[in-house]
Design a protein. Structure first.
Length: 308
């Protein structure tokens, strides 16, 4: 069975290599993530092998410091949105599951100041490689800085490395980087509960706005209640008073964002499902059909016919 990788990650890697080692990618064209959300994993593996062979591991560890070269895909927008570190970790792991990556990252949050990361393979016959592990570690370091974490460092074998030194970090041949930690000192970002509006707005409408503002996360009742400065029980009681449930409000927020993408963009259905917080594309299809009485593909066709 073929394994897949996210097109945006391959495009970013080629973009960095074009700037730093153009000879390595002279025969390649950056793939367009808006044309196709996933690619066969073989291209990424070949790029990583080239980079390690020619430049060692430092080049791959440094990729995350160049996320400005990445295409502005919805997936990247979801990952780089200001948020709590635990939320970013959850989004990253869900992304790897959603796109059926053969190699995945298990991230365990250590309090509010570190991630303990383990790279794992679905098959013992195809273990993770040091090159791929370095690429993922570097991207996670970059994302941690983008969401507002301060003094981010990569810890390998008990030694910490600042982002600006990763380019010079060439790991020994016996270091696979299957385990690493990412730590930081503090975060700029804090959840700000919404202020009560001067006019009367249904509580479920306000909650929908909060959920839709960060629809790519795996929302739980407790998370939403925290953002609304309420207890989970109070949030559910206020929804019940409007004859609503948390699951239906969450579905409303997801479908709102999904219909915007379907109507105004050419983003693939798989990527829209991920960016709207679904665990898999089948769940997205079922939810949309349940809410709109048509499939996402049929809705897109109808919207293009109407506006064309």
């Amino acid at each position: 069975m073929a394994s897949f990788t996210h097109t945006g990650l391959v495009s970013l890697l080629i973009g960095v290599l074009e700037h730093q080692m153009p000879d390595l990618v002279v025969d390649l064209v950056r793939p367009d993530p808006f044309d196709r959300a996933t690619l066969d994993d073989d291209l990424k593996r070949r790029l990583i092998q080239r980079a390690v062979h020619e430049q060692g591991t430092g080049l791959l560890l440094d990729v995350g410091q160049h996320l400005g070269l990445a295409d502005e895909t919805p997936t990247l927008a979801i990952l780089r949105q200001p948020q709590q570190a635990a939320t970013l970790a959850d989004k990253w792991m869900r992304m790897e599951r959603y796109y059926h990556h053969a190699h995945r990252t298990r991230i365990v949050c250590e309090g509010s100041a570190a991630w303990n990361c383990t790279r794992e393979s679905e098959s013992a016959k195809a273990p993770t490689t040091v090159g791929e592990n370095c690429l993922i570690a570097g991207v996670l370091v970059g994302l941690a800085g983008l969401i507002g974490l301060q003094e981010v460092c990569l810890e390998v074998d008990g030694k910490t490395h600042k982002p600006e030194t990763l380019r010079q970090l060439n790991l020994p041949s016996n270091q696979a980087l299957s385990h690493f930690r990412i730590c930081w000192s503090s975060s700029r970002y804090r959840v700000q509960p919404p202020q009560d509006a001067a006019i009367t707005v249904p509580f479920s409408d306000r909650l929908t706005d909060v959920l839709a503002a960060d629809i790519g996360r795996s929302w739980k009742v407790a998370d939403a209640a925290h953002c609304m400065a309420l207890s989970p029980r109070t949030l559910q009681r206020r929804l019940l008073a409007e004859h609503r449930t948390f699951s239906t409000v969450l579905r409303r927020a997801r479908i709102r964002v999904a219909t915007r993408h379907l109507t105004h963009t050419e983003i693939g259905l798989a990527e829209i499902g991920y960016c709207c917080g679904y665990a898999d594309q089948a769940h997205f299809q079922r939810d949309f059909l349940r809410s709109a009485n048509v499939t996402p593909q049929a809705f897109r066709h109808m919207s293009q016919t109407t506006t064309g």
